[in-house]
Design a binder for this molecule. Sequence first.
Ligand code: DQA
Length: 150
Amino acid sequence: MTESTPGNILVINGPNLNLLGTREPEIYGKETLSDIEAKCRKHAANLDMSVTFRQSNAEGEIVDWIHEARTTARAIIINAGAYTHTSVALMDALLAVGLPVIEVHLSNIFKREEFRHHSYISPAAVGVICGFGSRGYLLALDALADIIEK
Ligand code: DQA
């Protein structure tokens, strides 16, 4: 399956997620982002889907990827990292493209500092998965397999 096949899902990872594995492992676990990418690719293939897996620390670059998804993806999974709590631009981009979006967080953001309880991504999302570590990405793929089929 290629990135242009109908079941392609764009998986976006925001700032600091490139440091997974060494970044606050007591919160985010010991898996690297490459480990998570490999799990997503395998799981997507089992669901007859494919993933385009990306990470950026730059907000504008993520906005550009969301725009591109209009012609290259059926849906978006996004862990926007700290931009979750700050970025009107990401919310606007997600609303503009109108694709099904699932918001994922490794940690349970509602168990943490109050500033993490608000998300600018959620108004653009079908649903939110948080607190399940990397399994959240796989749960999001499961949900999208159903959503896309309908
Ligand atoms: C995160 C939660 C955010 O609050 C934080 O800024 C991150 C990671 C998570 O996956 O748990 O960078 O999105």
